[in-house]
Each structure stands twice: as structure tokens, then as C-alpha cells.
Ligand binder design. Structure first.
Ligand code: HEM
Length: 367
């Protein structure tokens, strides 16, 4: 939420914690949490896969970013964050601090989140040696002037745990799209089996999984979790032939741009093959944003998505139950409105699929 020089200095402080090398330090944690989720699944049962993946992503985020591993504590934090987020829209409409109002619920949750983060930051200030989590890395980092972040700045930045929400949505869309395109899912299972032979991927193996990479890219093109960004003109400016006065609100949409047919032929179709030789510019394809405020967690999100999909698809084939309805919703991210109920099957590289209804059919050509 910062701009200009303040933002630049913060980015400089935050960036080392999100480099590819740093992300690879958390590989084992992502694999372990995924393994636990998959161990709990049984062939033949139907689960809300969105909820499962959201739980997984939150657990990874709490562990990796905040260093919280205790399940009870994780559930407490998730419930707090949920209370905060669900109270926010109404609190903005009626910001009055009376007992029982959304505004006082919001403030109550904010206070508890603040106290929790304050404790976590305090504990890390007292530690020495190698940093174990992102928060600890941030506590140790100094900017170009040799200055550390203050407690308030660290607490402010720790909010990015919430950004992991987008990864959960992207993963849910990926498993849905695979279920609706069984021939692509089957080729992916073959690629994974040939390279990984049932094991979780290592960092060097992940680079060899080209179909997996294309599937992730195509999912983020077709159903970007962040479908648009908003900017305010800080001063009068022009874009092409248009002039915008100071204060103009400008929306930029990845959802719309990534469907321009001149750039992406047959834009409503899920075609991972289009990525074989195609390299769009950063202004044609930008699921992680573009410019000074682009996503700092992009590498983390892509790595996490690929590890989870590689492990899941080797073991299971998810199927959408007949008669399912899939609608969209936009809160923190573009996600399915009522979760994603799917039946868990063994990975048999089967080609069957079921028809779905709902406004997903406006967004994706599932014929
Ligand atoms: C598939 C998953 C994700 C998607 C699609 C996504 C997308 C985006 C987009 C589009 C922006 C730019 C917003 C704008 O221009 O206004 C952004 C910013 C940001 N994202 Fe992500 N994100 C994802 C995952 C993550 C993760 C896992 C983290 C944290 C580890 C993260 C942390 C951030 C932060 C801190 C910013 C603000 C950067 C700044 O203002 O300098 N994101 N993200």
C-alpha cells in the first residue's frame, strides 16, 4: 500500500525473503503439508477440494512466513483472519463502534492479530543464527542505508500471509480445469510418472516438467486469481491519446487482456499447448501484475502450485460429480462461489468427464 521512495525501500527489504533460493529453503515444508493432505484422502469420497487446498496453503503460509507450526494455533489465526475479512465490507458501510456491529468485530479481530504479530516479532528480535521463517529473515534484513524495519513495519508487511489466498484459488481452478480436460490430465500424469516415479519433485526435476509449467501458465491466463488492478493518477498523465486528470481511477484487467484474441487465439479454451513457443510481453500476460508493485510472492506461488499439483496428480484423479454447478465469486480473489466439490479417484489416466453448469461456462469453453 506504499508508494514512491517508501515503497522502494520496503521492496528492497522484502525481496531477499522471496528470492528463488529462499523459496527453495521451504521446499520440505510444502512437500510435508501436501503429503499430509493427500494421506487423509480416500478413493471414492467426495470433498470440497477448494477448502482442502485453502487449508493446505494457509498451513504452508503460517509455517513458512510466520513460523507457526502448531495446528491449534494455525486454526486460531485462520479463524481470526476470517473474522477480520468477513467483517470488513460491512464495517466500511457502517463504521460505528457499537457492540455487535461489524466495525467493532473488525477492530476486535485487528487487535488480536496485531498482538499476535507483535509477540512473533518480539520473539524473533531476541534470536540469533540462521533465520527459519520469512518474518525472521525480515527482522534481520537491512536496507541500503543499513536500517532495519521497525516493529510496526514488520507487522504491516506480515499481512502478506493473506496474499496466499490467491494461490489457493489458482490451485482450485487448475484441478477443476484438469478434471474437465482429462486428455491433458492424462498426459500430465504420464509426464510426472516418467520423471518423478511417484516421488515429490526436487527443484531440478521441477524444471523438466514442461507440461506442468504450461498447465499452470494457462490456468493463470484463463482464470487469473487477481482479475484486475486499480490505480489512482497521482498527477495528470496520458495514456495513448487520452489524458487523465489527477485523481482519476484507472482499472487494468488481466482477465480482459489475457483474453484478447489477437494475442491468445481461441481465448476461452484451455490450451496449455499454446505455451510451447509463445512468449507474450509482460503487458500482454501479467497474472502477477506488472511494474513497481508486481507480485513479490510470484516465485513462491508458482513453486508451491507445481509441487502440490505434481504430488496430487501422480496419486489421484479428481472428478466433478454429475450435475455440479460452478459459479464465480470475487472477494479477495477470483474463486468458485460455493467451493469445489470433487470425487477422489485413483490416478488411472481415465478420459471420462462430467458436464457442469453455472457461470464458469461463460468464462471457459468446456465443449
Ligand atoms: C497465484 C498466486 C498469486 C497471484 C495470482 C498474485 C497476484 C498478485 C498481483 C496481480 C499483484 C499486483 C497487484 C497490483 O498491481 O495492484 C500482487 C502483489 C503482491 N503480492 Fe501476490 N499473488 C499471488 C501470490 C502471492 C503470495 C504467495 C505472496 C506472498 C508470499 C504474495 C505477495 C504479494 C505482495 C506483498 C504484493 C504487493 C507488492 C507491492 O506492492 O510491491 N502474492 N500479487
Amino acid at each position: 500500500m506504499l508508494d514512491g521512495e517508501d515503497h522502494r525501500l520496503h521492496r528492497q527489504l522484502m525481496s531477499p525473503a522471496f528470492s528463488q533460493r529462499e523459496v527453495e529453503k521451504h521446499w520440505g515444508a510444502i512437500v510435508a503439508v501436501t503429503q499430509r493432505m493427500l494421506e487423509s484422502w480416500r478413493v471414492g469420497e467426495t470433498r470440497d477440494v477448494e477448502q482442502e487446498l485453502r487449508g493446505l496453503v494457509h498451513e504452508v503460509a503460517m509455517g513458512v512466513v510466520l513460523g507457526v507450526g502448531d495446528r491449534k494455533e494455525i486454526e486460531r489465526i485462520i479463524a481470526l483472519v476470517d473474522r477480520f475479512l468477513t467483517s470488513a465490507p460491512r464495517a466500511m458501510i457502517f463504521p460505528v463502534r457499537l457492540p455487535g456491529t461489524s466495525y467493532s468485530r473488525l477492530l476486535g479481530a485487528a487487535k488480536e492479530i496485531f498482538q499476535l504479530l507483535e509477540t512473533l516479532v518480539g520473539e524473533r528480535r531476541g534470536r540469533t543464527g540462521q533465520a527459519n521463517d520469512v518474518l525472521e529473515t525480515l527482522v534481520r534484513t537491512r536496507d541500503e542505508r543499513g536500517i532495519n524495519m521497525t516493529d510496526a513495519q514488520l507487522i504491516g508487511e506480515a499481512y502478506n500471509v493473506l496474499c496466499h489466498e490467491s494461490t489457493a484459488s489458482a490451485l482450485t481452478w487448475a484441478v477443476f480445469l484438469l478434471a474437465q480436460h482429462p486428455e491433458i490430465a492424462s498426459s500430465l500424469a504420464e509426464e510426472l510418472d516418467g520423471t518423478l516415479r511417484g516421488d515429490p519433485p526436487t527443484a531440478s526435476q521441477l524444471k523438466q516438467l514442461t507440461l506442468l509449467d504450461r498447465i499452470v501458465k494457462e490456468t493463470l491466463r484463463l482464470l487469473p486469481p487477481a482479475p484486475f488492478a486499480r490505480r489512482f493518477a497521482a498527477e495528470q498523465c496520458s495514456l495513448g491519446r487520452r489524458t487523465f486528470p489527477k485523481g482519476t481511477v484507472v482499472f487494468v484487467s488481466q482477465y480482459i487482456t489475457q483474453r484478447v484474441p489477437e494475442i491468445f487465439p481461441e481465448p476461452r479454451k484451455f490450451l496449455p499447448g499454446r505455451w510451447e513457443s509463445f512468449q507474450p510481453s509482460p503487458y500482454e500476460y501479467f497474472p502477477f501484475g506488472v511494474g513497481a508493485h508486481n507480485c513479490i510472492g510470484g516465485s513462491f506461488a508458482l513453486t508451491e502450485m507445481k509441487i502440490v499439483l505434481a504430488m496430487l496428480v501422480q496419486r489421484f484423479r479428481l472428478i466433478v460429480p454429475p450435475g455440479s454447478r460452478v459459479d464465480r465469486s470475487y472477494e479477495l480473489s477470483l474463486r468458485p462461489k460455493n467451493g469445489m466439490r470433487m470425487t477422489i479417484g485413483a490416478q488411472d489416466r481415465g478420459r471420462g468427464r462430467t458436464r457442469v453448469n453455472g457461470d464458469i461456462t461463460e468464462m471457459v469453453d468446456l465443449e
